[in-house]
Design a binder for this molecule. Structure first.
Ligand SMILES: Cc1cc2nc3c(=O)[nH]c(=O)nc-3n(C[C@H](O)[C@H](O)[C@H](O)COP(=O)(O)OP(=O)(O)OC[C@H]3O[C@@H](n4cnc5c(N)ncnc54)[C@H](O)[C@@H]3O)c2cc1C
Ligand SMILES: NC(=O)c1ccc[n+]([C@@H]2O[C@H](COP(=O)([O-])OP(=O)(O)OC[C@H]3O[C@@H](n4cnc5c(N)ncnc54)[C@H](O)[C@@H]3O)[C@@H](O)[C@H]2O)c1
Length: 453
């Protein structure tokens, strides 16, 4: 295994449990992106901002207002304590004597041999799981003006007065809301026509509406021209709607995507095919070399942890069971959750994907603003949307923007797993009053549409 993050560790454990002799090579720091600089630290700091936002709404709930003041340094301390705990657990698992761990960089010498520090390792199969890094994007003047990526943003202890967020993807929206909620003036500059522009447009519109209500300036359809430096602020020059605009702030947060970590692996020596800087992998996670697999962020398919783990397990199985039918990844239940407030959760097909693949679908959505439990909670942004097959009502996809979307989506994933339908959603009991019962309203609408067809 080259890389002992979420994907590599899952592959290593699966191969070891199948009886293989497994070496893991990781240059460190050990722990992986999710634990050290991804999922866990971001969710830890977002919790502080969530509580602060609720405290600011005290009067709305009939409570005497309290002064809410963030101490970013203390938030970072709490994050570091938790990250250390999670990392210690993973590091202990990597150091398990049933693996051989090499704490060094790996480089292919041939299709069957690696250099790991001073050592050489021969293997029957290899799994590349080296992850990704923040992409470097060529915007004139950006490097000179200086910027932070998510790696550095997590360790900022002195709260900036203002922040320009370049991008509107998952990383951008989570950090933008965190900083806005603790009191930084935040402007988001997004190239796409909506935030989260890989998803259906109504999702990004709903999230932008919620962000604007909180005082975040969201500008979409932006094309970056250049960056310059003022006396105390950095200035981004961009075109929007045919006119040149500028916005300035103390800190620029560059959240323009990530790229696979392929540098230094010497993939040429391994004979692994790379096209346009990307590894080519099949559903069985094999690269162009059948005994070399690539899993997790490094293959740039679905840079999400539970999917990275599934890929690792698939590679670990296929590498150790050459005489059995290969396991392949099934993307039918792919899901993503964005931990903003409102949360965003999507699973299965989107409307855009259905249209691109000419898959017929019925759709219905229902707003949280009309849902009793959401009104009780004071969490009325967003909606639940279902996509179903017109002939039998089978659930093809589900999208939720709203309170606890990341939890609620799992009922819909379970229904899809069992090839369930809109009719099933109506038959499954839903307790009242809960957020979960909201799914019955779009399901009802879809069943009505099927009756009319
Ligand atoms: C800010 C942020 C928040 C995120 N939040 C979420 C979230 O909430 N939920 C979610 O599902 N996903 C989230 N993600 C994505 C998720 O973190 C990644 O998809 C996942 O961690 C990738 O795992 P991996 O095993 O592919 O890579 P990594 O965990 O990065 O592992 C790669 C390993 O390879 C090692 N390595 C690299 N190059 C070499 C080399 N040449 N030789 C030896 N070792 C090497 C590294 O040291 C590292 O340990 C987030 C990402 C970011 C950036
Ligand atoms: N909650 C989660 O699960 C979570 C949270 C954060 C990150 N992640 C994972 O990490 C991955 C990386 O996230 P990300 O937000 O860095 O990437 P992203 O690809 O989601 O977003 C990058 C954004 O930058 C824009 N962009 C890129 N180059 C540009 C340019 N030159 N000019 C203008 N705009 C440009 C893109 O249009 C896009 O909106 C995600 O795909 C996601 O899988 C997951």
């Amino acid at each position: 295994m080259i890389g002992g993050g979420s994907a590599g560790y899952a592959a290593a454990r699966t191969a070891r449990d199948a009886g293989a002799d497994v070496a893991i090579v990781d240059q460190g720091p050990l722990g992986g992106l999710c634990i050290l600089r991804g999922c866990m630290p971001t969710k830890t700091i977002l919790r502080s901002a969530e509580i602060m936002a609720l405290m600011k709404r005290a009067r709305e709930f009939g409570l005497n207002p309290v002064t809410a003041q963030a101490d970013l340094s203390a938030i970072v301390d709490r994050k570091n304590r938790l990250v250390q705990e999670f990392a210690d657990y993973r590091i202990a698992a990597l150091r398990d004597p049933r693996f051989t761990l090499y704490e060094s960089r790996a480089e292919f010498l041939s299709p069957h041999e690696l250099r790991a520090g001073d050592g050489r390792i021969r293997g029957g199969a290899f799994v590349i799981a080296t992850g990704s890094s923040a992409a470097e994007v060529a915007i004139p003047g950006l490097d000179e003006a200086g910027y932070l990526t998510s790696d550095e943003m997590l360790d900022v202890r002195r709260q900036p007065a203002s922040l320009l967020v370049l991008g509107g993807g998952l990383v951008a929206v989570e950090f933008a809301q965190f900083f806005a909620r603790i009191g930084t003036k935040v402007t988001m500059l997004q190239r796409g026509t909506t935030l989260l522009s890989d998803m259906d447009g109504d999702i990004g519109h709903a999230l932008a509406a919620a962000f604007r209500d909180e005082g975040i300036e969201v500008m979409t359809g932006v094309s970056f021209q250049r960056v310059s430096s003022g006396s105390s602020e950095k200035i981004v020059h961009f075109i929007q709607g045919g006119a040149v605009h500028t916005r300035s702030a103390e800190v620029i947060f560059q959240a323009l995507g990530r790229r696979p970590n392929l540098n230094g692996l010497n993939l040429k020596a391994a004979g692994v095919c790379v096209v346009d800087g990307r590894l080519v992998v099949g559903g069985d996670m094999r690269t162009s070399q059948p005994h070399i697999f690539a899993v997790g962020d490094v293959n740039d398919l679905t840079p999400i942890v539970h999917l990275a783990i599934e890929q690792g397990e698939t590679a670990g199985f296929n590498a150790t069971h050459p005489n059995e039918p290969a396991r392949v990844i099934d993307h039918r239940l792919d899901a993503e959750v964005v931990f903003t407030e409102p949360q965003v959760a999507v699973a299965g097909m989107s409307e855009r994907q259905c249209r691109e693949k000419a898959i017929p679908y019925l759709t219905a959505s229902y707003p949280f603003a009309d849902h009793g439990k959401a009104m009780c909670l004071g969490a009325v942004h967003g909606f639940v949307k279902l996509l179903c097959r017109p002939d039998d009502g089978a659930l093809l996809g589900a999208q939720i923007v709203g309170p606890e979307a990341g939890e609620l989506i799992h009922e819909l994933i379970a229904v899809m797993y069992f090839h369930g339908t809109a009719q099933d959603l109506l038959r499954i009991p839903h307790y009242h009053p809960t957020l979960a019962e909201i799914v019955t309203y779009p399901a009802e609408s879809i069943v009505e549409q099927m009756g009319r067809a």
